[in-house]
Design a protein around this ligand. Structure first.
Ligand code: NI
Length: 176
């Protein structure tokens, strides 16, 4: 296993919709394991393949209850709404308030290519929706109702969260 480089916004790979996996090959299983190691090394709770430069529908999630590896994840049911703060390993120092479904049911394939289903609420539901968004090239900057940037300030021990304009961030993306 190996820690891979996390692609950072505005890397265009983050905007490319990922392709479905037709078969969970050994190579893809190895990619999934590397992604898990990369996520843990970065203290993240989820990581999607485009974040390591791979355009395949694969994500890993661990909100503290164990690792979940998902190939071709699809949200098959959603219920309610919840707004909470999110970060993204590809967009350091930015936090966003994002409205998500409060509960989701996700179907996916596991490391052995077997179908499984997760019913989730709370942080797990949020993380699953965040990672599945990545597979469609959608980022928290698109869904945010409010965006904040952590800034170091002289005389302050902790970074200060400064509200920023979405357009200011999106301008960093160069038109293709
Ligand atoms: Ni993310």
């Amino acid at each position: 296993m190996a820690v891979r480089e996390i692609r950072l916004y505005p890397d265009p790979v983050l905007r490319r919709p990922a392709k479905p996996v037709t078969r969970v090959t050994k190579k893809l299983a190895r990619l999934a394991q590397d992604m898990a190691e990369t996520m843990y090394a970065a203290n993240g709770v989820g990581l999607a393949a485009p974040q390591v430069g791979k355009g395949v529908r694969l994500a890993v999630v661990d909100v503290g209850d164990g690792l979940i590896t998902l190939f071709n994840p699809v949200i098959v049911a959603r219920e309610g709404t919840a707004v909470d703060v999110e970060g993204c390993l590809s967009i350091p120092k930015i936090t966003a308030y994002v409205e998500r479904a409060a509960q989701v049911t996700v179907e996916a394939l596991d490391l052995e290519g077997r179908p499984f289903r997760v019913e989730a609420d709370g942080l797990l539901a949020r993380a699953l929706q965040h990672e599945i968004d990545h597979l469609d090239g959608i980022l928290i900057v698109d869904r945010a109702t409010r965006l904040f940037r952590e800034e170091e300030r002289e005389g302050e021990e902790e970074p200060v969260a400064v509200e920023i304009d979405r357009e200011e961030l999106l301008r960093q993306e160069v038109a293709p």
